[in-house]
Design a protein around this ligand. Sequence first.
Ligand code: LLP
Length: 427
Amino acid sequence: MYESPESCAVPSYLLPEGASISSRGELLLHGVPVSQLAREYSTPLFVYDASHIRQRLRAAKGHFSGKVAYAAKAFFCKAMAEIVSEEDVYLDAASMGEIFVALAGGVTPEKIIFHGNNKSTEELRFALSHNVGLVVVDSFDEIERLEAIAEGTIRVGVRITPGIEAHTHEFIRTGQDDSKFGFNVQNGDAEMAIRHMSKSSVLDLVAVHAHIGSQIFSLDSFRQEVEVLSQLLADVDIAEVILGGGLGVPYVRGETAPSIDQWVATLDDYGFKTGLSKGRTLVVEPGRSIVATAGLTLYEIGTIKRIPGVRDYVSVDGGMSDNPRPVLYGSGYEAFMVQRMLDPHDAKYSIAGKHCESGDVIVRDAWLPSDIQGGELLATPVTGAYGFSMSSNYNKVPRPGVVFIDETGYRVVIRRETLQDLIRNDI
Ligand code: LLP
């Protein structure tokens, strides 16, 4: 990681590992000016540092005694599946579609963990016919569906809601009566499901799964999860405990989060201390912490609207269709000029998207140079997770392309959609 000068437009911890700045103030990834990628592939464009992704997967594996599964929902495509396969990690898939892409990218079916609160019979049949390694059962209905279609023994896990719900910076213990996911521990459903599945002649119960939330900054929430699970499972004979994902990442200046190695080391440590991992394998399912900081989005500035005394708007050529997180969750992002990294970013703007909604604002208060012009390139960092994967064609805006770059070069891994793509399913 390069050392960002104080005056730099964005701190280095919000950029991919392969980032550096040229003497002219251009952002480079593995030595390539990102402006070159924008010129070649047009904007908006998602750019991922593929080495950063691999490095995060290796860090998680290297500091953990258990298994690491990448959560596909954060960002997925064939090229990402290839990385998962090459780095020899497991995969958390939450739909038939994610399984399909995983198989297309060469992921070993036995390494797929299949999740979902409403897996259809079709999806379950698909998963079983492709020999996925584990189906994490989420409801009594799903038990029935599985037993009805079973042709042999099915390796299953059980998703429980252990009465812990962690939110960023905050820790809330709830009765968990109000969750669409998993079997409720408080009301005895979890115990009943475990008892039923343990006796089933077709279901081979090998794992218990819990996931306490996402974008969590506090390791204490995870310690709590391990402690609660160790008590719950004290007398349960089970080979694997899946602890979910959820590690947070900094999105804006000043935020800090534990590193992925600190996270898995903490889980290991507590697994050992509480006895949870005694005779059992722990499994983690990180998504965001693997891909978020690896990615950034390049936009071209279009209209600049200055409303004296009110606000200056900078509109870019994308918006809520490629990054719905600000609109959905009020999430904060930084923005910076990729060819002017050393120029003072000291004028306040709101970065707006191009969609027909006033709420389509990507960054409410962004700091950019005061003399920016239409046609210049702007980037939002840390868009690698839940950006492209939640993108849409709202206003019939084609989805951006995705480029992977590493020390060996760069390539398009998802091509930009064309106008024809917008009517390919129309009959
Ligand atoms: N495992 C399970 C069962 C999950 O439900 C999730 C995320 C993960 C693993 C991965 O969690 P991560 O490490 O990425 O936090 N769209 C939201 C995030 C939704 C997360 C859903 N489940 C966002 O953009 O913040």
